[in-house]
Ligand binder design. Structure first.
Ligand SMILES: [Zn+2]
Length: 451
């Protein structure tokens, strides 16, 4: 997996720091070309002959090619866009209209995918033309095709340098800052939901569990969130209310996993998950457990008093420098109100080199002219206004939501490109439509019920 080299280091750092030479001088060394990791799903063939059909047909068929992944909700295949020959990913959202809950969940995810405009967040490039509403059962979303994900990369034998870790963590936090600024909690940040292409560009994906943050602390939120290894202690302890800091906890776990190439807290059960966390962080104070349920607090109080053993993080790898461990310890904070935010984490010096590399040769927000690189004025943009989930309040029946979603998809396509639809005659279509949601074992495990 190739990472580009870095040029104009001083100029870039000067731009970022408003001309502060102190920081520019902080990173005078060269960046090495990173070892190339062969991505598992690269395709180079294009179907240029299909490009010329635009003017002949009001709609274009696309054919599914091969399955590339399984999210919490839905199946992803790679396809070729006949309009430009580009390979893209096609996600089928199946069984959408089974009941009102799944209708709402899918509509929320669809709205989010169409709302996102950020390089480190996967968004919808297109939605396939729906059939007449009487035959409308499934939704197909086209997104950018990414060759791999962080889980596959971490478990592969490929070398991962500290430059990789820095540029990956930078992009995760950059995407998360944007999501949190939109008022969205992802709630299932894990390596498999962080897609990576062959140039190391990373995009957060799978918004099947994402929702708008709940500002009313009296309102209960579901605990059916976050794959266990990346689950924040407040959720393990049965908190009825949580914030976007649950995503930061997950990022801390992933950061440690990038450094150590192994899962940080790999427990067999939610109780053991909590025990592994307190082994590292020590017994939490009563204050840090204030939102926990009584049974969970009793479990901690009954147990032995533990001292924090944070220096063990230095043994993750030789890449666990003082700066890396310092930032990691700001993410792995038991008390969610004291955990660092995505915005503040991005200001940590550990991420300076990742920012530099990203904006020197990976981003789309800066560009190069004959006289050099022109940097964006805002390296980590936020979004205004926030994502509005007010539309969910008035959804009360399956048929009604179906009509609203049908209309929404048609509106998305208005005036843009030739609409795409799936080719039901193709051989691949049969296996594509028969593929269903992820197996139960791939779903986030159910939450612990404290006695
Ligand atoms: Zn940029």
């Amino acid at each position: 997996m190739a990472l580009c080299g870095t040029t104009n280091v001083t100029k870039m750092m000067a731009a970022y720091n408003g001309g502060s030479s102190a920081v520019a001088a902080h990173h005078p060394h060269h960046h090495h070309q990173l070892q190339h990791l062969p991505p598992p799903h690269m395709h180079h063939h294009h179907h240029h002959h299909q490009q010329h059909q635009h003017h002949l047909q009001p709609q274009l068929d696309i054919e599914p090619d091969r399955p590339i992944g399984y999210g919490a909700f839905g199946v992803v295949w790679s396809v070729t866009d006949p309009r430009d020959g580009k390979r893209v990913a096609l996600k089928k959202m199946p069984n959408v209209f089974q009941n009102l809950v799944s209708c709402k969940r899918v509509f929320r995810e669809l709205k989010m995918l169409c709302f996102f405009k950020h390089e480190n967040v996967l968004s919808a490039l297109d939605i396939l033309q729906p059939p007449h509403i009487d035959y409308f059962e499934e939704i197909y979303v086209v997104t950018e095709l990414m060759q791999s994900d962080l889980h596959k990369i971490i478990v592969s034998p490929q070398a991962l340098s500290s430059d990789h870790a820095k540029v990956f963590l930078y992009q995760i936090l950059r995407g998360l800052k944007y999501l949190h600024s939109a008022g969205i909690l992802h709630r299932d940040i894990k390596p498999g939901n962080l897609l990576v292409n062959s140039n190391c560009v990373l995009k957060i994906c799978d918004f099947g569990l994402a929702r708008v943050e709940e500002t009313d602390e009296a309102r209960h939120m579901t605990q059916e969130v976050v794959t266990q290894y990346y689950r924040a202690p407040e959720i393990l302890m049965g908190s009825r209310h949580y914030s976007n800091s649950i995503d930061i906890w997950s990022v801390g776990c992933i950061f440690a996993e990038l450094l150590g190439r192994r899962i940080l807290f790999q427990a067999q059960s939610p109780i053991q998950q909590l025990d592994l966390i307190t082994d590292l962080l020590g017994t939490p104070s009563m204050e840090a457990m204030r939102t926990a349920c009584e049974g969970a607090r009793a479990h901690i109080v009954r147990g032995p008093h533990k001292q924090a053993s944070l220096p063990v993080l230095y043994t993750l790898s030789s890449q666990a420098t003082h700066e890396a461990v310092h930032l990691l310890c700001r993410m792995l904070v038991f008390d969610p109100s004291k955990r660092i935010s995505a915005k503040d984490a991005l200001a940590h010096p550990y991420l300076d080199e990742g920012r530099l590399r990203y904006h020197t040769c990976m981003c789309k927000c800066c560009y190069t002219t004959s006289s050099g690189r022109v940097y964006t004025s805002d390296f980590e943009p936020v979004t205004t206004p926030k994502f509005d989930d007010g539309f969910e309040k008035n959804l009360s029946a399956v048929r009604q939501v179906k009509e609203i979603i049908h209309q929404f998809i048609l509106e998305q396509q208005k005036g843009s490109r030739v609409p795409l639809c799936i080719n039901p005659q193709s051989a691949a279509f049969k296996s594509f439509i028969s593929s269903t949601v992820a197996q139960p074992s791939e779903m986030p495990p159910s939450p612990l019920v404290w006695e």
